[in-house]
Design a binder for this molecule. Sequence first.
Ligand code: PLP
Length: 345
Amino acid sequence: MSYFRPHIDSLAGYTPGEQPQAGKFIKLNTNENPYPPSPNVKQAILAVLDRGLEKYPDPMANSFRIRAAQVLGVEPEWILCGNGSDEILTILTRAFVGEGDRLRLPYPSYILYRTLAEIQGATSEEVRFNADWSLPAAFGQGDGKLKLVFLPNPNSPSGTFIAPDKILEFARSLPCPLLVDEAYADFASDNCVRLVKECDKIMVSRTLSKSYSLAGLRFGFLVAQPHIIEGLVKIKDSYNCDALSIAAATAAIDDQSHLVANTAKILATRSRLETKARELGFAPIPSQANFVWCPHPSQPVKPLYERLKANRILVRYMNYAGWGEGLRISVGTDEQVDACLALLA
Ligand SMILES: *Cc1c(COP(=O)(O)O)cnc(C)c1O
């Protein structure tokens, strides 16, 4: 006999990329940033420790909201902070999607979205990308059962980008909110923050895990119109972000010159990785993120993944039913990427 609700029993659960505990791996499998965060982050954490942790943190993380609002050109009331952007996705799903409802995601993309729908007892509906990684018109159509649409932009694993104009068009024809998951937007040529002002169905999530080098901290946020933020505040845990992460995230987003310098290094390494992967016979997709999706036109890539792993280099092997397989290689330092390419050669 199980104590769980039936749909939880039948749930597969989301499996994150491997985080090896022992030994020294070159980790190019979960899109972490190879460079350290702004030095101001450590100072901010130490200052909080000096003041002490006896008191609860600010429930709304207002220090962060104020700085992030300036950076993004919105007002602080347009921002909701979360324990990683994954928590933002959870809050949104709990807010909008009930039992028997439907949540839409593109395919192939971030598999966590499907799990979030299943936890609610809702169904998930995958709309396949076209062969050129554009989206069909059906992505913007739906009936009353469709309650939420998730769109990672840039997408994972492809690193491809849907133009903001196109996203606005989808949102206007949809019956429900559309979350643009901008986990990788700092590596892209454009983003959708300005669209949030034009259409209250468009919401944008961001994370400090990738471009700000703070995956271990757990801090993300949502940009949405204030009436949406007010509704979501009713759902979140009162103290969903802790005092250390609020201070650290505020210091990180405050140091835009550090972000710009790190991002420039990653974009330079990304284009090297694309060029050399192509020379090795892969068919890498031009990326707007901090990873490159590398299918191979004529050779199975699982053995390559295994061979890399045996040599202590981790990349992400993905095999999407009805779509195909490939290696998703995160952009590390030049040295890390060169070590990976040398073994692949
Ligand atoms: C990494 C990633 C996230 C998760 O970000 P966290 O803030 O670390 O929870 C969300 N969406 C996509 C598409 C990602 O790749």
